[in-house]
Write a protein that binds this ligand. Sequence first.
Ligand SMILES: [Zn+2]
Ligand SMILES: [Zn+2]
Length: 338
Amino acid sequence: MSIRGKLLGHPGADNALLATVDTGQSQHRILFDCGQGCLNPLRQSDIQSIEHLCFSHFHMDHVSGFDSFFRHTYNRPEVPVQVWGPEQTIEVMGNRFRSFTWNLHKRQPGEWIVRELRDDTIFGARFRTREAFAEAHEMTARKCGNNLVFSTPAFRIEAMPLPHHTISSLAYRVVEADRVNINPEALKKSRLAPGKWLQAVTDTNSGAGQTVEVDGQHLSIEKLREDLLTTSPGESIAYLTDFRIEPGSSEWQQVTDWLSGTDLLVVECQYHSRDHALAVRNGHMTASEVGKLAVESEVRQIMPMHLSRRYGREEWAELLAEVKTHFPGAAFPEHWKV
Ligand SMILES: [Zn+2]
Ligand SMILES: [Zn+2]
């Protein structure tokens, strides 16, 4: 089991993040934002298998590549495309879907489930390709507790709205399900001989109320689980872009609590500290501030991205150096070659 993050796009240009949750049996792809050209390095089959498209907000640099995503997925059979975003996502996506000429759509498969987070409530609507996306079929709204917006047995997606100038930008975190393993010490202590029966104990999706044969005796699977299993947290990756929170504020505290212990923080790095005034005016963070945020969140690694267009190659290195004054292990994506 693992989560891989692939940063898309170049320094000073639009960026996006593709996360792949690999359970060993299946892979689940989640795309965060969809700026211009960001999908170019991906294979068509990778784009077509993206299950969730999570928008932070709808400034052009985060949505300009959507047409290319839509072209590959608009009539995907069986598995719907799930779109997430802040306030107005349903309206914005409905307009995007309808902004084409549709006359050969009636027998086309394809379903889009679009959800938006307003305060602590998730609103949703379904759109169908065969209807030329004409109608937004409203879904029942539900409360979002503990930032949780979506979960499967393999992973969960969490979201938190952050302030970005006068609008809000959604930050996301993907967390793998807890890992369940046999504790070797406990197994030794039990004096049971390891064998195929251990599979029945570790596969927690079935076996409740059943027994398994071990050394000629029938033992309760639930009791064996109690005695032999240990759980450890799965991997996690967070994506935060286009936001401004003041160090030391209650919002800052809320974010560091939420991110606590995250394996990889992929985060905007718009401005140099000398341009702090610009960062405040435009609702963005400085390199130094995101370095500090990573340290206080106790994340294991930070990947700064989404650098302002105003900087050139030499300044990219300066931005990274600034993050490193707080978080020495910080690294840009390898393909940036900075
Ligand atoms: Zn942006
Ligand atoms: Zn923005």
